[in-house]
Design a protein around this ligand. Structure first.
Ligand code: UGA
Length: 431
């Protein structure tokens, strides 16, 4: 299949590289010349384990091309995947679709033969209908189909999620388009996933409902963890105890600092915004957003308690600052709320981050170290903020010379009992 992927960001690059790996001829398009030139030279703009190898191999095998020439790429393609960003609008919680519609206008001018136009970017329900209306002229109705095929890729696990999906959702009422897409996905469907054909609007809703449900599940266990702390019950036991019920499921029940990243915060807000348009009250999703937005306040209260209400001049070290492990993404990371507050209160904050220094923090006030030991030296409190593997078996007494070291583990990586034996004052989430 000749595929054109428009937008060489996270979704576009992962999808493009994986489609190429499956034997298709893929052109990834972007309007940033610098990015395209870098990609041609094997310089990958995002951190995603395994992606660089996949891109370089498929580029060398000439199954994967990079270009800024959008018109030419559209003309030669059978399938066009729209993978541009849909950020939250600055003045409302709606998804901003300006990039999607800019692309649609260019597609319209280049409809030289039958093409399937597929939205992979997360777009609110009825966007497919709007794209169809925008593209349609009196003469071109049979020349295209607009399909919704949302992605369910987790950052840090994106290639595995693409190649071994739980499901592939394809929203279209067209038999022809469905057959073509079923054929495209057949190599990975054979491996594990379910191929699910539904209406275009249903596919669009599925994407938002999935993210909102997962965000709600995390928020639910975070609130239960607050109760567990009061009751001296271990929340990880509760997660195991409820997760074993197949109706509930064990995944996404890890209590932590609150969900972040480029998807859950944005998509929950956009879903609520859509529900308002259609005069429906999504009160559960609303509560989830509210609860997650306020989670950092709870964590700050705990930090104050741990440091006996003295934040001034205390040295606090963060291990990891991204929104989760396996990514360099800082978007909506809990650290963005915690660190500036602590700095404002006079704490001396330093951090070690496996993906390097972050521009989000004021370099004169928040100190980056490129190794764990230097970052932890003389700290009054270590905060384990992300669950990178390299944080899972640390020798804290070697890292820090304090007589009574304090650790606040926001990811429950360690056993409280073992920490007690090591003379470490260990605090975690919901335990
Ligand atoms: C999420 C979804 O998991 C993907 O299926 C979806 O395709 C993607 O959004 C998207 O819409 O593009 P991602 O944001 O990469 O993927 O990250 P997740 O692994 O889902 O984690 C999101 C947040 O929830 C992180 O802050 C993570 O630390 C937190 N989390 C996750 C928990 O606090 N507890 C858990 O048990 C799981």
């Amino acid at each position: 299949m000749k595929i054109c992927v428009i937008g060489s960001g996270y979704v576009g690059l992962v999808s493009g590289a994986c489609f190429a790996e499956l034997g298709n001829n893929v052109t990834c398009v972007d309007n940033k010349l610098n990015k395209i030139n870098n990609l041609k030279n094997g310089v990958i703009p995002i951190y995603e384990p395994g992606l660089d190898e996949l891109i370089i191999r498929n580029f060398e095998q000439k199954r994967l091309q990079f270009t800024t020439n959008i018109s030419k790429s559209i003309k030669k393609a059978d399938l066009i995947f729209i993978c541009v960003g849909t950020p939250t609008k600055t003045k409302s919680n709606e998804a901003d679709l300006k990039y999607v519609f800019q692309v649609v206008k260019i597609i319209k001018k280049n409809l030289n033969k039958y093409k399937i136009i597929i939205t992979k970017s997360t777009v609110p329900v009825t966007t497919g209908d709007k794209i169809q209306r925008l593209l349609t002229t009196k003469t071109n109705k049979k020349l295209f189909e607009v399909v919704s095929n949302p992605e369910f890729l987790r950052e840090g696990e994106a290639i595995r999620d693409f190649m071994f999906p739980d499901r592939v959702v394809v929203g279209t009422n067209s038999k022809k388009a469905n057959n073509i897409l079923k054929n495209l996905y057949s190599p990975i469907i054979k491996k594990k996933g379910i191929y699910f054909n539904t209406s275009r609007r249903a596919a669009e809703v599925i994407k938002y409902a999935a993210n909102a449900f997962l965000a709600t599940k995390i928020t639910f266990i975070n609130e239960i963890s607050n109760l567990c702390e009061k009751l001296k019950v271990d929340v990880t036991d509760v997660s195991i105890g409820i997760g074993a019920d197949e109706r509930i499921g064990s995944r996404f029940l890890r209590a932590g600092p609150g969900y972040g990243g480029s998807c859950f915060p944005k998509d929950t807000r956009a879903l609520v915004s859509t529900s308002k348009k259609f005069k429906t009250n999504l009160s559960i999703v609303n509560s989830t957003i509210h609860s997650n937005d306020n989670r950092y306040k709870y964590l700050l209260t705990r930090i104050k308690q741990i440091l006996n209400n003295k934040l001034k001049s205390k040295k606090i070290t963060f291990l990891g600052v991204t929104f989760k492990a396996g990514t360099d993404d800082m978007r909506d990371s809990a650290s963005l709320k915690l660190i500036p507050y602590l700095v404002k209160k006079g704490s001396k904050v330093s951090y070690y981050e496996p993906t390097g220094i972050k521009n989000e923090f004021d370099k004169k006030k928040v100190f980056y170290f490129n190794n764990i030991k230097d970052a932890c030296k003389n700290s009054d409190l270590l905060i384990i903020h992300t669950e990178w593997n390299e944080f899972k078996q640390l020798n804290f007494n070697w890292l820090n010379n304090k007589k009574k070291l304090k650790i606040y583990d926001l990811r429950n990586l360690y056993s409280p009992a073992k920490m007690k034996n090591k003379n470490i004052e260990y605090f975690s989430i919901g335990r």
